[in-house]
Design a protein around this ligand. Structure first.
Ligand code: GDP
Ligand code: MG
Length: 324
């Protein structure tokens, strides 16, 4: 049976195993075991999280139409009898404006170095854009690199060809694969390609393990996704979630979570008129958490102010950023 585990790289002890649904995985013919880190990088909004979720076969990473949804590096494991692929989704590449973003960029920098295979995701929207520093690293890297031209479902063949040529000019020796993560076009081909490039080696992580820390992580990611979907402008990016309590019995999971905002004014916005807004977030999050765990959930959300947490080293540490 193929299992999926999820880790946050800065807290490797976070893990969760999910039974893999649906997708059939190709078998590697060799008798030996293969394993490796496959790091997914690219600009914000190109479809990195969508792709990782398709590749690992479940909704592990938060996806919304807004940029910067993925703050931490998220690891998703695909385990077979004779292989283990450790996918890592990263925040989009951007110029840091806050300390938070600086530490998000550290994850991207590390992702370029500690990979066995790099997936550089681009999409067919707009001109090819890439941070100079990142391009320089990609041009020089000895690590197997695949350039993925995503969202091909949105473009005509001639537009795709033009984009392919633009990228070939920047990265002449890099293999380009056209995909649509959303429509799952060429994603099985990509998975096969990854398996052929994967080095031989033992599994990095246990193929079965369960801790409740990862469950807390999933819960906070689901709540954060609902906040991103329900509020506008800067507010969602000023929010951090801490799951204070996660108690499971045979019938129900009781969860208490704090939503931290950076300013008093944001607290009012999150709560909304007569608590309408926070209630909506709570209902939507609870439904998703119930689907995720397959169990009834009681969700208690509190809004708290942590002044300017994005610029506070101490709070960033508390929220799990800046750990290396
Ligand atoms: P990330 O910031 O790179 O992780 O991007 P996300 O995975 O969060 O996706 C950003 C947006 O692009 C979401 O609205 C996705 O549904 C959309 N998207 C991702 N892949 C595709 C694709 O192949 N085709 C289309 N049409 N949309 C996509
Ligand atoms: Mg993402």
């Amino acid at each position: 049976m193929v299992k999926i585990e999820l880790f946050v790289c800065d807290e490797l002890k976070f893990s969760l195993i999910l039974k893999r649904k649906g997708i059939s995985l190709p078998k590697i013919s060799e008798m030996s075991h293969k394993s490796g880190f496959v790091n997914i990088i690219g600009n914000p909004n190109v479809g990195k999280s969508t792709l990782m979720n398709v590749l690992v076969g479940d909704k592990l990473s938060v996806i919304t139409p807004k940029a910067q949804t993925t703050r931490h590096r998220i690891l998703g494991l695909v385990n077979g009898d004779d292989f283990q692929i450790v996918f890592s989704d990263t925040p989009g590449i951007l110029n840091p404006r806050y300390k938070l973003q600086e530490s998000m960029m550290k994850f991207v920098g590390t992702a370029l170095i500690d990979a066995d295979i790099i997936l550089f995701v681009t999409d067919i929207c707009g001109k090819p854009e890439i941070e100079e520093k990142v391009l320089a690293i990609l041009q020089k890297t000895k690590i197997p690199l695949l350039l993925l031209l995503n969202k091909t479902d949105l473009a005509k063949p001639e537009e795709i060809l033009a984009k392919r040529e633009d990228w070939s000019a920047l990265l002449p020796s890099t293999e380009i694969i056209e995909i649509s993560a959303l429509k799952k076009i060429n994603t099985e081909i990509l998975l096969n390609k990854i398996l052929t490039l994967l080095p031989e080696g033992e599994a990095y992580y246990p193929k079965d393990e369960l801790t409740d820390k990862s469950e807390r992580f999933f819960v906070s990611e689901i709540i954060r996704e609902k906040i991103l979907l329900n509020y506008h402008q800067e507010v969602p990016y000023s929010v951090e979630i801490v799951v204070e309590e996660f108690k499971e019995d045979s019938k129900i999971i009781r969860i208490r979570a704090n939503i931290y905002v950076a300013r008093d004014s944001q607290k009012g916005i999150i709560i909304g008129n007569k608590g309408d807004a926070i209630k909506r977030v709570g209902i939507q999050a609870r439904k998703d958490i119930e689907t995720f765990f397959g169990k009834h959930v009681f969700l208690d959300l509190q809004v708290k102010v942590s002044k300017d947490w994005r610029d506070s080293e101490r709070m960033l540490k508390y929220f799990g950023y800046n750990q290396g």
